[in-house]
Design a protein around this ligand. Structure first.
Ligand SMILES: [Zn+2]
Length: 341
């Protein structure tokens, strides 16, 4: 799997790219440098334009650039926010999105899209797929800088994915697969969709919103280059601690006697008590532990993949993790051993 080359350096794949909201509370403390920020622990970060435009950082990011505001030299992705805008029933002009991404200086922008949902009427779904394709193509045509542009891909089955990709113009730096979140627990569906995309392109493939460990292992095996994760902060907001061995979430940590031992830098520095207070510092500390576990696991996946050893690593790792890791991997392995047509 080739590395992803950007203006701000290289991302070794597969990689987990934390989602950053730059919007309120805990993000202010991270931006102020009070704690190690997610963007300095990982190889890069991803922000949604939706979260930038809605909050006070909008002006500064437009003027100074996203790297200066976050204080990072690592690659930054800016997603168009299509999924959030869909939920709000709003939309943006694709070329306007492109200009924001260019002005904010991100390394990788993702085209504005119109995600689909499993219960949508056929006609509406088709119309939205067509609009996502048109939006991606116009953004590619209008691009004026050396920013990498990923085409957002959608479809509800492998055939739609193939049709969709055939209608995209050539020249995208990579692809981002969306519309997976509503069906994120259907492992066979995820595997089929990712497998289909991987068959069509050798360019980097980013998988939106899929952050459960079973999928991270299985989809890395199928060749996904990058994932984005919001789970580390969401879990922290619910006072959940990602178990370093089983990778399950230890829930309600206020009411457990002790946390499982963890060797991450945060757990060496802070205690159980520091993670259960009802303040944003406590949430940050817990989020950073969770992120450390995600990043550590991805590093193991990456290293074993580079040594051509991923299959045996997952087999071994799944003996101590929750059993869905093994189930997901089995589905992925069966899929990739089938003859393709
Ligand atoms: Zn830890």
């Amino acid at each position: 799997m080739p590395d992803i080359v950007t203006k701000h350096g290289t991302i070794k794949t597969p990689a987990l790219i934390p989602v950053v909201a730059a919007s309120y509370g805990i993000w202010d403390k991270w931006i102020a440098g009070d704690y190690t920020a997610p963007w300095n622990l990982s190889q890069g970060v991803i922000l949604s334009l939706y979260h930038i435009l809605k909050y006070p950082y909008r002006e500064r990011i437009s003027k100074e650039g996203v790297h200066a505001v976050l204080g990072t030299d690592n690659p930054v992705y800016i997603d168009s926010g299509g999924f959030q805008y869909m939920k709000k029933g709003a939309e943006l002009d694709p070329v306007e999105v492109l200009r924001y991404q260019e002005r904010m200086g991100c390394d990788i922008g993702i085209t504005f899209d119109f995600p689909i949902l499993p219960d949508m009427e056929e006609q509406e779904k088709e119309a939205r797929l067509e609009r996502s394709i048109a939006s991606a193509n116009v953004m590619l045509k209008e691009k004026r800088t050396d920013m990498c542009l990923y085409g957002a891909i959608h479809g509800s089955n492998p055939r739609e994915i193939t049709d969709y990709m055939h209608q995209l113009d050539s020249g995208f730096s990579g692809y981002g697969i969306g519309s997976l979140v509503p069906r994120k627990n259907q492992l066979t569906h995820l595997v089929d969709m990712i497998y289909q995309v991987r068959q069509q392109t050798e360019k980097p493939v980013h998988c939106f919103g899929i952050t459960g460990f079973p999928a991270l292992f299985a989809l890395s095996y199928l060749g996904v280059d990058t994932f984005d994760s919001w789970a580390y902060v969401v879990a922290a907001a619910f006072k959940e601690f990602v178990h370093p061995v089983t990778l399950s979430r230890v829930k309600n940590i206020k009411h457990v006697d002790r946390l499982p031992p963890c060797e991450c830098a945060i757990c060496q520095q802070y205690s159980h008590e520091d993670m259960i207070r009802a303040d944003s510092d406590s949430e940050i500390i817990l989020a950073l532990h969770n992120l450390n576990i995600f990043l550590y696991e991805m590093e193991q996946i990456r290293e074993s993949s580079r040594e051509n050893n991923l299959e045996s690593y997952i087999e071994k790792r799944s003996q101590t993790t929750n059993k869905r890791v093994r189930q997901a991997f089995k589905i992925a392995r069966e899929k990739s051993s089938q003859p393709s047509f």
